[in-house]
Design a binder for this molecule. Structure first.
Ligand SMILES: O=C(O)c1ccccc1N[C@@H]1O[C@H](COP(=O)(O)O)[C@@H](O)[C@H]1O
Length: 243
């Protein structure tokens, strides 16, 4: 049986609150209350993964490290943790939460030697978040250009990176549908699994992403659509099971 698309409901934390942003831009936050309550709700609804982001750490406006650790500790499901993991201290703190894996964004663009080392040391506990506008990577809260997507992907592949979380910034938080062409392009360029992020708006989007599983898309992060109640997580899980 073909593998089914994994769903990763997102909890992005800013200033202690679960929020959604539009295009990842600071100042566009819609607040959805307690991150712990949101995470527990997704777990109760059947999620097998949680995508947990410390947005303050990503933007450099502080951090929610204690809260993120509390949420991770409360989960029985697997947690993918990201935001502000850029050096030995922040990586150690992130891994010590018991999360299943971390996503490195800015570090993969600015300190490639360190990223190569931690990939070698931690294997598939390290994923790299490839956050792109067009084919240009963005770091530091998506405010700075960080090089070419495909050149960076080739480098990370050579270093043994286990998987990529690919976000189309132009789609993120917009409910405009995922960028399937971008995902196809990344899957064609690497044999590593890809988690899709950005734009999921409808159950048909999840069906479309499921068609890319044979090409290498193993999962999809779902954020705004769940918070906006475009569909429920239970409905989404049914769709990917049946795809
Ligand atoms: O998820 C977001 O909306 C987001 C918006 C702006 C910046 C980062 C965002 N999320 C994730 O954070 C990490 C990158 O953090 P860092 O660069 O390693 O500090 C990455 O997984 C983004 O997808």
């Amino acid at each position: 049986m073909a593998q089914q698309l994994a769903l990763l409901p997102a909890v992005d934390v800013r200033d202690g609150q679960a929020v959604r942003l539009v295009h990842g831009e600071s100042g566009t936050e819609t607040s959805y209350g307690s991150p712990l309550e949101a995470a527990l709700a997704w777990q109760s609804a059947g999620a097998e993964w949680l995508h947990l982001v410390d947005l303050d750490a990503a933007f450099g406006t502080g951090d929610n490290r204690a809260l993120v650790a509390e949420v991770t500790a409360a989960m029985d499901i697997r947690v993918e943790l990201s935001g502000g993991i850029r050096d030995d201290d922040t990586l150690a703190a992130a891994l010590a939460t018991g999360c299943t894996r971390v996503n490195l964004g800015t570090a993969a663009l600015e300190t490639p030697e360190w990223v190569a080392e931690v990939i070698a040391e931690h294997g598939d506990r390290i994923a790299v978040g490839l956050d792109v506008r067009g084919t240009t990577l963005r770091g530091r809260g998506w405010t700075r250009d960080g090089g070419d997507l495909y050149e960076t992907l080739a480098r990370l592949d050579a270093e043994g990176c286990a998987r990529y979380v690919v976000t189309d910034i132009a789609k993120d938080g917009t409910l405009k549908g995922p960028n399937l062409d971008l995902l196809r392009g990344v899957c064609a360029a690497t044999d590593r699994p890809v988690v899709a992020s950005g734009g999921v708006a409808t159950l048909d989007d999840l069906r479309a992403l499921s068609t890319l599983v044979p090409e290498g898309v193993e999962g999809a992060i779902v954020g705004k659509a769940l918070y906006a109640k475009a569909f429920t997580l239970e409905e989404a899980l049914d769709v990917v099971r049946q795809a």
